[in-house]
Design a protein around this ligand. Structure first.
Ligand SMILES: Cc1ncc(COP(=O)(O)O)c(C=O)c1O
Length: 346
């Protein structure tokens, strides 16, 4: 029997032959002792900083840790942090904003990836009241996972940054899938980072490195980030192998448009089925959210039913499934996925 078509996450992307060759060469080279001593890591950190338009960047094991160090850098315990609805820092980081940074995240309401500037403005409050917690920072997520990978364009990011400036807030960008956003908006990744104090990106997911993330910001912030990363146990060494893969990943992301095209084909295929609802206009990058309208198939059961037809999806709220395309998912896999939905739900 064929292996299942696994659409649960883009972190399932396998390293390319070029990445494997770079990792093999790094494995044969001497290891380095210091936290930023490896020349491949230095090159990766320089390349990431340049791409994101920041002074410096630091290698992290995960984007979760990079996000949390950013919150620790930009806030003090007791502060509030504004965020779009259902941000990853709330849905999937195990309570870390409260546990590690000592902050509460205030989610703005709405359905999309980025509430309008006026909503951020209102949530930031008027004058500071000493009886209330201080709103210290905001987090934007681009692309926004829970809205199905919607990108925020430059007008959107600049609207949020203008509020941050006007209200004296620090700004962090969770750009785990920033390169997908850049491809979808046809701009450079750096254009989407302008004005943010810190930016986190993933090197795995669509970029295909086996692991790793970067946190970029000013030299002063990254100097403090090294200490916080160490405190959390994130000072990985040796770094040559992971850095070698990351360097290849950062120079090879134009192919993400193929993933976006396949997500759209998948959405179009599913939209034609009875028992499944998909908002085609909301499929802008590599994530498809499908709602199962067959009464007896809430998300958990729906995943099991789909799995019995050879397709793996992620439960994504009542009756909803998340399907993610990535390099390694081809046109035939999309056809198999549509056929599996047809068999499971219609
Ligand atoms: C928007 C967003 N931010 C952060 C992360 C965390 O990435 P990691 O798994 O590297 O911690 C993810 C992971 O899926 C994500 O979707």
């Amino acid at each position: 029997m064929d292996a299942p078509v696994d659409l649960r996450s883009d972190f399932l992307t396998r390293p390319t032959p070029a990445m494997q060759a770079a990792m093999a060469a790094a494995a044969a080279a001497p290891a380095h002792f210091g936290l930023r001593e490896d020349p491949r890591q230095q090159a990766l950190e320089r390349r990431a900083a340049d791409l994101l338009g920041m002074e410096d960047a630091l290698l992290f094991p995960t984007c979760t840790m990079a996000n949390e160090v950013a919150l620790m850098l930009l806030t003090t315990p007791g502060d509030l942090v504004l965020a779009p609805p259902r941000p990853h820092v709330v849905t999937s980081e195990a309570g870390a904003p409260a546990a590690l940074a000592g902050v509460a995240v205030v989610e703005l309401s709405g359905d999309g990836a980025c509430p309008p500037a006026a909503a951020w403005h209102e949530a930031a409050g008027a004058v500071h009241d000493e009886l209330k917690p201080r709103v210290a920072a905001l987090v934007l997520e681009n692309t926004h996972n829970r809205s199905g990978g919607l990108p925020v364009n430059v007008a959107g990011t600049q609207g949020v940054i203008a509020v941050a400036r006007a209200k004296g807030l620090r700004a962090h960008l969770d750009g785990s899938r920033l390169f997908n956003a850049a491809v979808a908006c046809r701009v450079t990744p750096g254009a989407l980072c302008e004005g943010f104090d810190t930016v986190a990106i993933s090197l795995n997911k669509g970029l295909g490195a086996p692991l790793g993330a970067m946190l970029a910001g000013s030299s002063a912030l990254i100097a403090r980030a090294i200490v916080l990363r160490q405190r959390l146990g994130g000072g990985i060494r040796p770094t040559g192998i992971v850095s070698a893969a990351g360097l290849v990943a950062l120079d090879d992301w134009a192919h993400l448009s193929d993933d976006h095209d396949r997500a759209r084909s998948l959405a179009l295929g599913l939209a034609g089925l009875r028992g499944v609802r998909v908002d085609i206009d909301a499929v802008r990058t590599n994530i498809v959210v499908a709602t199962i309208t067959v009464d007896d198939a809430p998300a958990g059961n729906a995943c099991a039913r789909l799995a019995s037809h050879g397709v793996l999806a992620l439960p994504f709220g009542t009756g909803r499934l998340r399907l993610v395309t990535y390099r390694g998912i081809g046109d035939d896999d999309i056809a198999r996925a549509v056929a599996a939905f047809r068999a499971a739900f219609t």
